[in-house]
Write a protein that binds this ligand. Structure first.
Ligand code: HEC
Ligand code: HEC
Length: 163
């Protein structure tokens, strides 16, 4: 395999950026949701839509979703069992309530204990944060669906949801 110079340069930039992101995350930035870092998850769960930040849903949501990938919001997103298992572990380990903590508690506020919501866009807190977004904006041809976070949050892939 050829190893060109460019990826290295990009790697360095990414590293500098990660350090910045980490610093902001540690300072408890409420707009920050750590993006998917695992390349397999990024590829398999980021091909049809943004690879959603695992901390936006509780662990039980991911467990349920990963067990029903053949019926994934009207799509078949099935994976081989080994890959599915790997992805499930990653999502669960980084879930909003991982290890009993709730570092995304603002977004998970109002979700009943034991519930396994399947949509971030149906979380009570998500709905209230977006109540001011007018109907025409959701229907805009560059948006089309509430799940298209990146249309409005241009830095969503880096974990930022300021606006
Ligand atoms: C074959 C395409 C496809 C793949 C692959 C895929 N998804 Fe989806 N996903 C969809 C569609 C379609 C929707 C519904 C989007 C909408 O409502 O506009 C969706 C919605 C979602 C939602 C809910 C978004 C909301 O409304 O809050 C989550 C969470 C999600 N997917 C996670 C995953 C995960 C995790 C993976 C990897 C295991 C994955 N997806 C892989 C097609 C896919
Ligand atoms: C049509 C544009 C639009 C789309 C699509 C959208 N958002 Fe937002 N979002 C907004 C706006 C506008 C606000 C700010 C609301 C306010 O400050 O009153 C917001 C606020 C937020 C916040 C709160 C940030 C804070 O200030 O604390 C989060 C988190 C968030 N969005 C996540 C998401 C996620 C995740 C998705 C995709 C599943 C998404 N948004 C899709 C427009 C959008």
């Amino acid at each position: 395999m050829r190893i060109p110079y460019r990826p290295l340069a990009i790697g360095l930039v990414t590293l500098a950026f990660s350090a910045l992101v980490l610093a902001r995350a540690q300072s408890g930035d409420r707009h920050f949701f750590a993006p998917v870092a695992d390349p397999v998850v990024k590829e398999e769960c980021g091909s049809c839509h943004l690879a959603f930040a695992p901390s936006m849903l509780p662990a039980r949501s991911w467990q349920r979703m990963m067990g029903e990938l053949d019926k994934h919001f009207g799509d078949n997103a099935s994976l081989d069992p080994a890959t599915a298992e790997k992805i499930t572990s990653y999502l669960v380990a980084n879930a909003g309530d991982a290890g009993g903590q709730r570092y995304s508690s603002k977004l998970l506020k109002g979700v009943a204990t034991g519930a396994a919501p399947q949509r971030i866009t149906e979380l009570p807190k998500w709905v209230s944060e977006h109540r001011k977004v007018p109907d025409w904006e959701w229907r805009h041809k560059e948006v089309r669906t509430k799940a298209n976070c990146i249309a409005c949050h241009t830095a969503a892939e880096q974990g930022y949801y300021e606006e």
